[in-house]
Write a protein that binds this ligand. Structure first.
Ligand SMILES: CC(C)(COP(=O)(O)OP(=O)(O)OC[C@H]1O[C@@H](n2cnc3c(N)ncnc32)[C@H](O)[C@@H]1OP(=O)(O)O)[C@@H](O)C(=O)NCCC(=O)NCCS
Length: 174
C-alpha cells in the first residue's frame, strides 16, 4: 500500500485536476463541471490525495438540501483516482476523510450516484426515500445511495435540491 495523505485542494492543484479527470474518465468530459464546482460554487468541499508524495486523486462534495428538511446534506461527486494509482486505497481514503470532515461540520446526510459495489464498502446504502433531481433509469436505481452521519434521523422522503451547476440531465443519465 502506498503512503496516502489527504488534504483540502488549493487553486494550485488545478493543473493536476485538469490532467486527472481525462485520465480517470476517458469516455466522459467532467472537466467543465469540475472547473465550475471548484471555482464558482461556494458550498463545495474538495480534497486531493497524494500517494507516496505524488498527487493521485480528487473528491468533491457539494452542499445541498432535501425539500422540507432542516438538516444539511452533501452530495459526493465526482471522485477520481489516477489510473496509475487505482485499487490501492486512494479512493477509499478520500471518501473516509471527506466524510469525517462533513460529520464534524454537522452535515447529516451524504448522497452519491455511483457503483453500489464500491460505495457500499464505505457504508452507503441504496436511497429509496429522497429522490435525485432527475428521475433515474431503472438500471441506476441501486446506484442512488446515501449515508447518514447523524445525529438526526435521515429524511425519509423529499427531493435533493442542488445548485444550478448540477441541474443538467446528462449528469444523471446513462
Ligand atoms: C472508482 C474509483 C474512484 C475507486 O478508487 P480506487 O482508489 O481505485 O479504489 P480503492 O482502492 O479505494 O478500492 C478498491 C476496492 O474497491 C473494489 N471495487 C468495487 N467496485 C469498484 C469499482 N467500480 N472501481 C474500483 N474498485 C471497485 C475493488 O475490488 C477494490 O477492492 P479489493 O482491493 O478488495 O479488490 C477509481 O478506481 C476511479 O477513479 N475510477 C475511474 C473513475 C470512476 O469510475 N469514478 C467513478 C466513481 S463512481
Amino acid at each position: 500500500m502506498p503512503d496516502i495523505q489527504i488534504r483540502q485542494s488549493r487553486s494550485d492543484d488545478m493543473a493536476f485536476i485538469e490532467r486527472l479527470y481525462p485520465d480517470a474518465f476517458p469516455d466522459e468530459d467532467l472537466l467543465p463541471l469540475v472547473r465550475q464546482l471548484l471555482t464558482q460554487e461556494p458550498g463545495v468541499l474538495s480534497f486531493v490525495a497524494s500517494a507516496d508524495g505524488i498527487l493521485a486523486g480528487n473528491i468533491i462534495f457539494t452542499t445541498c438540501a432535501v425539500t422540507d428538511c432542516d438538516g444539511t446534506a452533501s452530495m459526493l461527486a465526482p471522485l477520481a483516482v489516477a489510473s496509475a494509482w487505482q485499487r490501492q486505497g486512494v479512493g477509499t481514503a478520500l471518501i473516509r476523510e471527506g466524510l469525517a470532515h462533513l460529520k464534524s461540520a454537522g452535515v447529516n446526510q451524504v448522497y452519491v450516484l455511483g457503483d453500489p459495489a464500491y460505495y457500499g464498502r464505505s457504508g452507503f446504502k441504496p436511497e429509496t426515500g429522497v429522490a435525485p433531481p432527475y428521475s433515474l433509469p431503472e438500471e441506476y436505481r441501486d446506484a442512488w445511495q446515501s449515508l447518514g452521519l447523524g445525529p438526526t434521523p435521515p429524511p425519509t422522503h423529499g427531493k435533493l435540491l442542488l445548485p444550478q451547476v448540477w441541474m443538467q440531465p446528462a449528469l444523471w443519465g446513462p
